[in-house]
Design a protein around this ligand. Structure first.
Ligand code: ZN
Length: 257
């Protein structure tokens, strides 16, 4: 039974990504895939892209990858400034072939991938099944946005995996939302009578008040949420040193928000 490690929302936090990759290696996953937002916000975009290119079987295009490659849309000033700073880091690469290779990698990122996991069709997008790059599915939507959730679940055959909100957990078509600590053993077992959208959380900028890096292990019959400690100081220091990256981007890492 193959095991897939799923990472998302790395946001140029290569320190967190390296810690997660070491954890994945220690549990012995068969492959790794990435749901996008490799870059944006954080201090090490080149290292992050190189690691994903080297270690992941495929990766999706997130709104921040899009912003660096094309133009930011609807970004707040801090995120926009980080996107332009990130682009400058790619531009400053002195090795012409390496520079082209990274742009080609970003340009090949896909908007959606459909696979099979056990007997189940599995849809992978960064944001949501109806607006794959940009739409957020918030935990509160399970309570407050019945029509939105209905339309989103209409586009899911059985299972979908997403990132984008940086808040891990499972949406069911009830609709309901379960954070990982409300699932027994941080594990959601797939269920024939239920559709599920699984948010894998964020490697590089968690926003669920838990500062540890988040990722999941996907098995044929279940998904397992994992958290990994990393050297937050190291990433925050690099953010504080880069004058076009707002200090808030470092501060928030300590609090997981
Ligand atoms: Zn993100």
């Amino acid at each position: 039974m193959p095991t897939t490690a799923i990472v998302s929302d790395i946001h140029s936090n290569a320190v967190a990504l390296r810690a997660v990759l070491a954890d994945i290696d220690s549990v012995g996953a068969d492959r790794i895939v990435c749901l996008g937002d490799i870059i944006g916000y954080g201090p090490e975009p080149l290292e992050s892209v190189d690691l994903v290119a080297e270690r992941c079987e495929w990766s999706l295009l997130g709104n921040h990858d899009f912003a660096v490659l094309y133009e930011p849309t609807n970004f707040n000033p801090g995120a926009e400034s980080a996107a332009y700073w990130t682009r400058d880091q790619f531009e400053a690469e002195p090795d012409e072939a390496k520079r082209r290779e990274r742009y080609e990698f970003l340009g090949r990122l896909r908007v959606r991938v459909v696979e099979k996991i056990g007997p189940w069709p599995l849809l992978a997008v960064h944001g949501s099944p109806r607006k794959p790059i940009n739409e957020y599915i918030f935990p509160d939507d399970a309570i407050n946005a019945y029509e939105k959730m209905r339309q989103i679940f209409d586009r899911v055959d059985r299972l979908a995996i997403v990132g984008h909100t940086h808040v891990p957990g499972v949406f069911t078509d009830e609709p309901d939302f379960y954070p990982p600590d409300e699932l027994g053993a941080f594990t959601y077992a797939f269920n024939e009578d239920e559709k599920a959208i699984i948010n894998v959380g964020s490697v590089g900028q968690p926003r669920d008040q838990d500062p540890r890096a988040s990722y999941v292990l996907l098995h044929d019959d279940r998904v397992e949420f994992r958290r990994v400690e990393y050297d937050i100081d190291a990433t925050a220091k690099l953010i504080y040193q880069a004058d076009r990256l707002s200090d808030w981007l470092g501060d928030r890492l300590f609090e997981g928000r």
